[in-house]
Design a protein around this ligand. Structure first.
Ligand code: PNW
Length: 489
């Protein structure tokens, strides 16, 4: 049964943060304006056949030039917080060395607008747009990139530390490692399979060095990370499938959360551990950095994973460009498992199962695996649907009636609140906030503009923004909350 905004608002704990999230590369455009350098993603989007609709992010939502209007849209929602990311190549074009003052200026203006309008800034330091010179030197396969990110975090702390309320070091190191370096579906686009493990390690080291830099700068804001988490289940009975589930759970989830929350890499079944032998070679000092204490833990949740034996697709169907094989492996190699479908579950535009029960399960697993978990923010949750604009008969204005997104968001927030309430299966978790992915329809990585995740519809020909029904829904949810303290959230 659908939960209405008013009932849901009544269930939100006092001082619970409602927010919306974006990422620089997906919305800003202006890729060569004011001294911005190229990123690995700029190069990737211009390689033929990599983006399903042949598009690029050169203009995207033109947010670099429409930031004022977009901040007004956030203010109009009445939410507490805005999560955005810094474009590293805009601020430090070569990925090391000189800082581009005009790049800093853009985020100065953004932060000032947000604070003037009473919106609490959550700043992601790295959301995938590696400066191209660093990508050309191996990107995250090269340990050097971790140190460069730590330096960039110090620059960000120095420039913005006085105004950022919450910091996210890295967004989804798992997706960078797996889609980027293992499968080649994201930048840099060269599939490495299990040779991707050093990229995972260097991303986590980059996280640790960023935490260290933020702490050294004594920023007043809270510090955390945003890790994606997908509960993993077996499609069939038997030990073979169980082992594949454990393997997938390690490489998607535990490989990224264990070092941060426990200070160690996960242990695997003896039959699997040879594949993860790399992790036994890493310096203990690295693990200590990855395990530095955090003020909050960011969870991105989209869908659970059902693993079946045999070769087949490893990611959502629409995320795979034309001509890229099902399991994108070199020389005809195939993995012994694939992602199976979810019979009985409705699906998003991406083909991802709509499973709020598995958000509860994700929180439950996190509570069980990590007894010392800091307070949690759900730093992303949302869904793509094939939204269309229709003319509203009474008003004659454009309307986007995305009722599926309204249902999706309501059900997921409700499930998270129930799971973490006293007596719930994840009661050990101190859930502090939920950030909707995303404010605007935008450049959805390998899917280009073919998947719309926004609360606001964007016409990419005219750049017209049209708030969808889900925007109005979030607006009522924010407005219907019982009165609360005015402290920034
Ligand atoms: C996240 N997967 O990406 C990112 O943080 C966003 O930038 C992105 O737009 C959003 O989710 C929607 O895709 C993911 O295949 C990409 O498991 C792929 C996966 C998960 C998250």
């Amino acid at each position: 049964m659908r939960i209405d905004a008013e009932t849901l608002a009544g269930k939100l704990p006092g001082n619970f943060t409602l927010g919306v999230a974006t990422a620089a590369f997906q919305i800003e455009g202006a890729v060569s304006a004011d001294g911005r350098g190229p990123s690995g993603w700029d190069a990737f989007t211009h390689m033929p056949g990599r983006i399903v609709d042949g598009s690029d992010a050169d203009v995207a939502c033109d947010h670099y030039y429409r930031m004022d209007e977009d901040v007004q849209l956030i203010q109009g929602l009445g939410v507490d917080s805005y999560r955005f990311s810094l474009s590293w190549p805009r601020i430090q074009p070569a990925g090391k060395g000189p800082v581009n003052r005009k790049g800093l200026d853009f985020y100065d203006r953004l932060l000032d607008r947000l604070l003037e309008r009473g919106i609490s800034p959550m700043c992601t330091i790295y959301h995938w747009d590696t400066p191209l010179p660093l990508e050309r030197q191996g990107g995250w396969l090269n340990r050097e990139t971790a140190y460069r990110l730590g330096d960039f975090a110090a620059i960000a702390a120095d420039a913005f530390g006085d105004r950022v309320h919450r910091w996210v070091t890295i967004n989804e190191p798992a997706t960078v490692t797996l889609n980027g370096y293992a499968l080649g579906l994201h930048a840099p686009g060269v599939p490495q399979l299990l040779d991707c493990l050093p990229a995972a390690h260097h991303l986590l080291l980059g996280h640790g060095l960023s935490v260290q830099a933020l702490r050294a700068a004594t920023v007043p804001g809270e510090v955390g990370i945003a890790n994606v988490y997908s509960p993993v289940v077996a499609a069939t009975d038997g030990l073979a499938n169980e082992l594949m589930v454990q393997f997938y759970d390690i490489v998607f989830n535990a490989m990224f959360s264990d070092p941060v929350l426990l200070g160690s890499y996960p242990r695997a079944h003896p039959l699997l551990s040879p594949f993860l032998a790399y992790f036994r070679t890493v310096p203990a000092e690295d693990l200590a950095l990855m395990h530095l204490p955090l003020d909050f833990y960011g969870l991105n949740y989209y869908f659970p994973s059902r693993i079946a034996p045999g070769p087949g697709p490893l990611t959502g169907p629409q995320a795979r460009p034309e001509g890229v094989p099902e399991a994108f492996l070199q020389d005809g190699q195939q993995l012994p498992f694939h992602l199976a479908g979810w019979p009985g579950y409705d699906r998003t535009g991406f083909g991802w199962p709509i499973a709020p029960d598995y958000l509860a399960e994700a929180l439950t697993q996190l509570a069980r695996r990590y007894p010392d978990l800091p307070p949690v923010h759900i730093t992303e949750g949302g869904a793509s649907f094939p939204d269309v604009v229709v003319e509203d008969v009474p008003t004659g204005g454009p309307v986007v009636a995305d009722v599926q997104r309204v249902a999706y968001l309501g059900a997921h927030l409700d499930a998270a609140l129930d799971a973490t309430a006293p007596g719930g299966p994840a009661a050990g978790i101190d859930l502090r906030g939920y950030y909707v992915w995303t404010l605007l329809d935008n450049f959805e990585w390998a899917a280009g503009y073919s998947q719309r995740f926004g609360l606001v519809y964007v016409d990419f020909d005219t750049q017209q923004r049209i708030p969808k029904t889900s925007y109005r829904w979030l607006q009522s949810l924010a407005a219907d909350r019982p009165s609360r303290s005015t402290a920034p959230r």
